[in-house]
Write a protein that binds this ligand. Structure first.
Ligand code: NAP
Ligand code: ZN
Ligand code: ZN
Length: 351
């Protein structure tokens, strides 16, 4: 066991604070990663505040991790010391169910092992995430960071990137497709960049009218103020694909009404439940679905796609001690568009 510095939430109400955690000694197939950067996802905030009702404490959040291999287990051949690597939302899965065998580990029948706020496969040892200086991960759940992109801007790809890439690819965001992105936050801004790189015509739907200029700068073709009912009405039956990344409760029927015939609304944000009227789907044979991050293979594909197309997150790098303020600002939509923690600010002394 090695003692590692981290920041943890002691309870749903209290601010995050310095906390020492134990990381296991690396087994033959483990990779020890010195964490350089970790993005702050809205899922961190939901879970720290126990908004999904399955949080356990102390909680060390963080599942957008980029760092360098510090050492490897005796059997590891794929990873070398000093190499830049990433870790996303899960660090293990059963490896033998149908989902795991088809590279969709996020749907593992036995449940993926979440990077934090979960338990290792022994169902006893809690997992701790990337708001820490080091992490020990099985070699099969580590991603290769391609050359050419700034590492702090790559970190958010490990969740925000894959979570938007996967449905854009699955439901089609190529040339001639009209794609709308609802909510211009961490996920939303990645959806805009990725959909544009795939060739789609992209509209940002935001309840913050002040985000118009930023949306256009990101490459969006159009901006719609979703808080204005009249403006929204004009967009009725328009879009082939909508990615809904909104983190707060909102009207799904209004979102469905924006879809053209046979269009698809993909729910990505995880707000509290909201009512759904059958007519919203029936009238234009619309599709409603959801999407959950992506498997290891697809995450690697997304990272390589981003390197090829020069796509990376727009970030504000912060020191570890600024995390509580960052949570408040994220909640108020005051980040363009992702906070990323510089873990060098947590180092020194132990580990
Ligand atoms: P974020 O950066 O905080 O962005 C959320 C956006 O939602 C905001 O920028 C805002 O966009 C919109 N919004 C916030 N409050 C709103 C309100 N009261 N009414 C209408 N719109 C509001 O969050 P994120 O990190 O992108 O995460 C977004 C959601 O996705 C979270 O619920 C997160 O847990 C979830 N998530 C899901 C997956 C998955 O696999 N499905 C993975 C990661 C995250 P505008 O100001 O532009 O309207
Ligand atoms: Zn996330
Ligand atoms: Zn499995």
């Amino acid at each position: 066991m090695a003692q590692i510095r981290s920041y943890a939430a002691p309870s749903p109400q209290a601010p995050l604070e310095p906390f020492m955690i134990d990381r296991r000694d690396p087994g033959p197939h483990d990779v020890v990663i010195e964490i350089a950067y970790c993005g702050i996802c809205h899922s961190d905030l939901h879970q720290v505040r126990d908004e999904w009702g399955r949080s356990h404490y102390p909680m060390v959040p963080g599942h957008e991790i980029v760092g360098q291999v510090a050492s490897t287990g005796s059997e590891v051949r794929r990873w070398r010391t000093g190499e830049w690597v990433g870790v996303g939302c899960f660090v293990d899965s059963c490896r033998h169910c149908e989902a795991c065998r088809t590279h969709e580990e996020q749907f593992c029948k036995e449940g993926m092992t979440l990077t934090y706020n979960g338990f290792e496969r022994d169902q006893v040892t809690p997992t701790f995430g990337g708001y820490s200086t080091r992490i020990v991960v099985d070699e099969n759940y580590v991603l290769r960071i391609p050359d050419g992109l700034p590492h702090e801007r790559v970190a958010p790809l490990l969740c925000a990137g894959i979570t938007t890439y996967s449905p854009l690819k699955r439901y089609g965001a190529g040339s001639g497709r009209r794609v709308a992105v609802m909510g211009l936050g961490g996920l939303g801004h990645m959806a805009v960049k990725l959909a544009k790189a795939m060739g789609a015509e992209v509209t940002v739907m935001s309840h913050s009218s002040g985000k118009r200029a930023g949306a256009m700068k990101l490459g969006a073709d159009h901006f719609v103020d979703s808080s204005d009912a009249d403006t929204l009405k004009k967009e009725s039956s328009t879009y082939d694909l909508i990615l809904d990344t909104v983190s707060a409760a909102h009207d799904y029927n209004a979102a469905l009404d924006l879809l053209a015939r046979d269009g698809t609304l993909v729910l990505i944000g995880v707000p509290p439940p909201a009512p759904l009227a059958a007519g919203s789907l029936i009238m234009k044979r619309r599709h409603l679905t959801g999407s959950l991050i992506g498997g290891i293979l697809e995450t690697q594909e997304m990272l390589d796609f981003c390197a090829e197309h020069g796509v990376a997150a727009d970030v504000e790098v912060i020191p570890m001690e600024a995390v509580n303020e960052a949570y408040l600002r994220m909640d108020r939509g005051e980040v363009h568009y992702r906070f990323v923690i510089d873990l060098a600010t947590l180092k020194g002394g132990v580990a």
